[in-house]
Design a protein around this ligand. Structure first.
Ligand code: SF4
Length: 409
């Protein structure tokens, strides 16, 4: 009987048994969030790890996961934690919206548990939690509750587009639909959690992005991309537009004790809820900028990077706090200066975010006691959370985004 898929029924039916047999012998069974070896799975652990693993590799997540589990062993602990504590635990893991969703999601989960006595038991129940999409919900249902659930994350998409030679653009919804239909067809009703775990493991360890180990793969006999010798042509993804760039000064506003002014970023926006130096938007830089980036300097032979003349300059906005600081500095005829004579290097730090590259140049200004008190009062009057801390203390006690840490490295 013909199928809607490119493989025969025999191939489709043999997919799961082959994958599970491979996983049993060759898969990873000791990751701290895996629940396939217990009869009493913990959905909290799966939810937490799945959020951390979005766009982040296992080796990076491991120490963060361990710290979270030590400090917040249950969803109730996470829900009750202060945002600053969570931000400090998350600092450096990137994609900070995930941390905010985690905090919000923990509160939503505790509300569900208080009302129903348990974690959500359905896909719809999990998808109602902040930051949980269909694949994460499928992972939690299948691995965290040992019920039937399907996942279709980045690893699964890579394996499936290769195995079935699906050449549609994976950013398009028609391709997503095709992939979901295929994974649903392949996922066994029994053991869907084990299957999900095995799929993720295979994508991470065998069918990797640039060097798939096809000779070790249990799917090589009927993998269409392998048959064509075109493994790395899949998944097909529309070429991204080059990222725009944004240039800012990072202001080291110091008091006479060497303490630096830190601002908590507004919730909505980049680094929401984390702490940073005040930033000052630099209108435009053309030509060349010095960049502290070893890869680029190796390419260019020195520390100068040409900013392409057609490179779009990312428009930015000051936060209220930065407006206050800017106006106050202007009013007091103070301006931040290059920090090249201090311990810091004043060449820009290049920091790449999802939508743009950010060049941050450290600039310093020292305030006397009266001035430090004045600016503190002005910011507090606008209900802005601030802190005066030296760089070492700030790194230990505040949740700083990676770009801020880079400035002091
Ligand atoms: S044969 Fe190669 S390309 Fe195909 S699924 Fe296996 S590892 Fe991936």
């Amino acid at each position: 009987m013909p199928t809607q898929f490119s493989h025969s029924l025999t191939s489709l039916d043999a997919f799961a048994p082959r994958l599970l047999a491979w996983f049993e012998i060759n898969g990873r069974h000791d990751l701290p969030w895996q629940q396939h070896q217990t009869d009493a799975p913990n959905p909290y652990i799966v939810w937490l790890s799945e959020v951390m693993l979005q766009q982040t590799q296992v080796t990076t997540v491991l120490p963060y996961f361990a710290r979270f589990m030590t400090s917040f062993p249950s969803v109730q602990d996470l829900a009750a934690a202060e945002w600053d504590t969570i931000a400090e635990h998350w600092a450096g893991l990137g994609y900070y919206a995930r941390a905010r969703n985690l905090h919000k999601g923990a509160k939503q989960l505790v509300a569900v548990i208080d009302e129903s006595g348990d974690f959500p038991q359905t896909l719809a129940g999990w998808e109602a939690i902040s930051g949980v999409g269909p694949s994460t919900a499928g992972a939690i249902i299948s691995m965290g509750l040992h019920r039937y659930g399907v996942i279709c994350d980045g690893n699964v998409k890579r394996v499936q587009t290769r195995w079935a030679a699906i050449d549609g653009d994976i950013t398009k919804s028609a391709t997503t639909k095709e992939l979901w239909a295929l994974v649903e067809r392949l996922t066994p009703i029994e053991n869907s959690g084990l299957f999900a775990q095995a799929m993720m493991d295979m994508g991470a360890t065998l069918c990797t992005r640039s060097k798939p180990a096809c000779l070790l793969c249990p799917l090589q006999d009927d993998c269409l991309a392998h048959a064509q010798g075109r493994e790395t042509d899949y998944p097909v993804k529309a070429k991204k537009q080059p990222k725009p760039s944004k240039f800012s000064n990072a202001l080291l506003i110091e008091d006479t004790d060497g303490k630096i002014l830190w601002l908590q970023r507004p919730d909505n926006g980049i680094w929401g809820g984390l702490w940073s130096l005040p930033l000052e938007f630099v209108e435009k830089i053309s030509g060349k900028v010095a960049v502290k980036d070893k890869t680029l300097s190796a390419v260019t032979g020195n520390q100068l990077l040409e900013v392409a003349s057609n490179e779009k300059i990312y428009e930015t906005e000051f936060t209220t706090a930065e407006q206050i600081i800017n106006e106050w500095l202007n009013k007091n005829k103070l301006s931040a200066k290059s920090v090249s004579n201090t311990l810091l290097d004043d060449s820009p730090i290049k920091h790449s975010l999802t939508h743009f590259h950010w060049y941050l140049t450290p600039q310093s200004v020292t305030l006397n006691d009266t001035q430090a008190t004045e600016i503190t009062k002005a910011l507090q009057a606008a209900e802005i959370n601030i802190n005066w801390l030296n760089a070492d203390d700030a790194q230990v006690t505040l949740g700083l985004p990676r770009a801020m840490v880079k400035i002091f490295e």
